[in-house]
Design a protein around this ligand. Structure first.
Ligand SMILES: Nc1ncnc2c1ncn2[C@@H]1O[C@H](COP(=O)(O)OP(=O)(O)OP(=O)(O)O)[C@@H](O)[C@H]1O
Ligand SMILES: [Mg+2]
Length: 347
């Protein structure tokens, strides 16, 4: 639904060049909620602004719903009109809501429809329908200043839906909200995704947001996408940083002569008594340092941090046994060459 290839954005300011996006290839499938996470300055907002062409990419392409938007840029007035039409089909939700304080809630939602030249009656019908959809049917005549933060964001979402978009882009839509309100806004985005088949690309720096609503995620660092995939794929990727952040387990090694492993269970493997089999087969004592079961991206996942006596080299065979049972094994705190071995071994 959204595809970028080699997307690059270089800002020039005060004689300096800042590469905010450095060849981003992203693929967001139709109907999914896709989260992009990364530290401040990683290029997340630049990415989302390039996707709807609010910002003009320096290089690369963006296509949304099968249409190459980058090809429309700068091709004269006719293409400009096409680009505006294409953009009106991409809804955008902002961190600070960006509502007009002198307009009522309803008039805020009607604004994009006015720009599209929709007639007064139709505008009003559509705005009221959208306000109902976001749970604000009774606030049409209120002004933004009379609303809570969460309600303002609902108005922002209703406004973003005015052009019947297939795609909704959200840049930190919940980061100005308290945790409870955040949950309700995320739930709303999830509902809209399901009910309207809306594809959602959301930017966040909070892992909890990814965890609660996203089907897929990408991690950005210094203008690049360093990891991306469905939540299930990420959890099944050895050494995935996103997976570790999505689903952390604690626990420190009890001594230097120990091997610490993170064992991730999902699917069939979750029901097998693998740890006791391991202990019996190799006659080793296993300590459990930490464990958690959680729902990540709608998947039930378990993770356990265990400790085996001996160093990594002494435990190659038991680790192989665990992998054969279909478990995802990550060594924790292993020296660099060992973790390289682990990654190779897992392929
Ligand atoms: N209009 C601009 N002009 C010059 N540099 C910019 C501009 N917008 C962003 N940058 C720079 O590009 C880099 C990426 O910025 P961007 O806003 O995309 O990051 P971000 O991941 O959204 O960060 P945050 O989490 O703080 O919102 C930063 O180094 C930033 O300073
Ligand atoms: Mg940003």
């Amino acid at each position: 639904m959204i595809t970028t290839t080699g997307l690059t954005k270089v800002y020039r300011s005060g004689g300096r060049e800042i590469t905010a996006l450095d060849g981003v290839d992203l693929h967001v499938r139709e109907g999914e909620v896709f989260g992009v996470i990364g530290q401040s300055g990683a290029g997340k907002s630049s990415l989302i602004r390039c996707v709807n062409l609010l910002e003009r990419p320096t290089a690369g392409t963006v296509s949304v719903d099968g249409q190459d938007l980058t090809a429309l840029v700068g091709r004269g007035a006719r293409a400009g009109k096409e680009l505006r039409r294409a953009r009106s089909r991409i809804g955008m939700v902002f961190q600070h809501f960006n509502l007009l304080s002198t307009r009522t809630v309803q008039d805020n939602v009607e604004l994009p429809l006015e720009i599209l030249g929709v007639s007064g009656r139709e505008r009003s019908r559509k705005a009221l329908e959208l306000l109902d959809l976001v749970g604000l049917g009774d606030k049409a005549k209120s002004y933004p200043a009379q609303l809570s933060g969460g309600q303002k964001q609902r108005v922002g979402i209703a406004r973003a839906l005015a052009g019947d978009p297939k795609v909704l882009l959200s840049d930190e839509a919940t980061s100005a909200l308290d945790p409870e309100t955040t949950r309700s806004i995320l739930q709303l985005l999830r509902d809209l995704n399901r009910r309207l088949g809306l594809t959602v690309l959301l930017i966040t720096h909070e892992m909890d947001v990814v965890k609660s609503v996203c089907d897929s995620a990408a991690l950005m660092e210094r203008g690049r996408v360093v990891e991306s995939g469905t939540v299930g794929e990420l959890l099944a990727t050895p050494g995935s940083e996103l997976a570790a952040q999505l689903f952390p387990v604690g626990g420190e090694a009890t001594g230097s002569d120990r091997t610490v492993l993170d064992v991730t269970f999902h699917g069939d493997a979750a029901t097998q008594p693998v740890i006791s089999q391991l202990s019996r087969t190799y006659n080793i004592d296993i300590s459990i340092l930490g464990a958690a079961i959680d729902t990540v991206g709608g998947l039930q996942v378990g993770r356990m941090r265990i400790e085996l006596p001996g160093r990594y080299e002494d435990n190659v065979v038991p680790i192989g046994f665990l992998r054969e049972q279909g478990l995802q094994i990550d060594t924790v705190g292993a020296p660099a060459q060992d973790s390289a071995l682990v990654k190779d071994g897992a392929k």
